[in-house]
Design a protein around this ligand. Sequence first.
Ligand code: GLA
Length: 416
Amino acid sequence: MRFFASLSLAALAFASLTAVAQAPAAPKAPATPKAQLAPPQGLAAQTPPMGWNSWNYFAERVTDKDIRAAADQLVSTGMKDAGYIYVNIDDTWEGERDANGVLHTNAKFPDMKALADYVHSKGLKIGIYSGPGTKTCGGYAASLGHEEQDAQMYAAWGFDYLKYDLCSFIPDVMEKQAPNDKAEQMRIMEAAYVKMGKALKATGRPIVYSLCQYGWDAPWEWAPALGGNLWRTTGDINPTWDRMYVIASQQEGLQKYSGPGHWNDPDMLEVGNGKLTMAENRTHFSLWALMAAPLLAGNDLTAMKPEVTAILTNRDVIAIDQDRLGKQGSRIYSDGEVEVWTRPLAGGALAVAIVNVADNDRLASHPFHLNLTKLGLHGPQNGKDLWTGKAVTLTDGQPIELPGHDVLLVRIGAPK
Ligand code: GLA
C-alpha cells in the first residue's frame, strides 16, 4: 500500500459513505447471460482455498527465493499434507510493459515460468496478483487494457489462482468516467471484474478467481455469477487482536452467500505474525474455520515456531473449515464478553466455539454459563475439544472459564 496509502484512506471513506454503510441502490452487474459467465474453473474451490500468500509477512520485499522457500516449507512442515496447496505471489512482482504490451517481471522474479514449474514440482499450485487499474496497490503495473493478454500470460506461465485487486481503478477509471455518480462507478467496477473473469475463462486453464475490492457494493451478491470463487468482504487485516476481531464481527449476515465454489473472504491469516499470542492465534484460526474462510497462511514459514505449526496444521480445525456442506457459521449469542459461535457440519454435526473476547481472563468468581438451548441443543452433548484433542461433554448451564482472547472449540458428533 506504499504508494496508495492516501488512496486507500480515500477508498475507505468512500466505501463507508456508499456501498458498505448504506447498501446502495446501485443496479446490479451487467445483464450478461449466466452461461457465458460460468466459473472459469469448473469444480475448483469446492472447499475454501487453502495455501500461503506472501503479503502479510513479506509485503513488497517478496522475491522468487521466498516463494520457493515457502513451497519447500509447505511440504516439510506437513502443511501441504494438511491441505495447504496454493503458493500465492501477492503484489510487487511486476516490471514494465514492452512495446507489444507484454508485462515483464521485475528483477525480484527473474523467471516466472521456472518458478511456477518449481512450485508445481512440489505437488503444489501457484497464484499471482494483479488489478483492473493502471497500477496495483503497491504502485506496480496492473492490467487495464491488457486483461486478455495478461490472463493468457498467467495461463502460459502455469498459474492456478489470480487475486485481482481494485486499487488504482478507482481514480483511473471509476472516478474519471463517472464523477459524482457512485452507482455508475459500481457498475463500472463490476464490469471490470466480469472482464477479467471472461479473460480467465477464455484461457481454458482452471484459475481460481479471487476478487479483492474490500467488500464494496456487496460483492457477495454479484461475484459468483461472474466466476468469482472468493471475494474480500473487508479492508485489510493486520496482525492484531483488535483488527482480527473487528473483521470477524463484520461477517454477520453474509453466511447465506458462501458455499462450494464461492466464498466470503475475510482476508488472509495472520497466525504467527506480529505479536499475536498463541491464544489469539488459536481464536483467529478457529473463527476463520467457523466462517468457512479461505485459509491462506501469511507468516514466514522458514521461521515458524512449532506452536504455530501445530495451530496451522490442526487437522480437526481444518476439517471444520473444509467441511463439505460448505455452510458458513456465525455468532449465535454473547453473554458479557463471551461469545458463542456455531457452524453446522455435514452429517448433522456441529462446531461450537466459545470465545472470551475480553482482554482479561474470565474470573472464576464470574464464570460464563453455557446456554445449550440458545444453540438449539437439548441435553448433554458429547464431543471433542479440538485444541486439546480430548473428549468433552457440553451440558446446559455448564460454567466455562477461559483466558482472555482464548477459545474453546468443540465438535459435537450428531447433536440431539
Ligand atoms: C491491498 C490488498 C492486500 C495486498 C496489497 C498489496 O491492500 O488488500 O491484501 O494485496 O493491496 O499491495
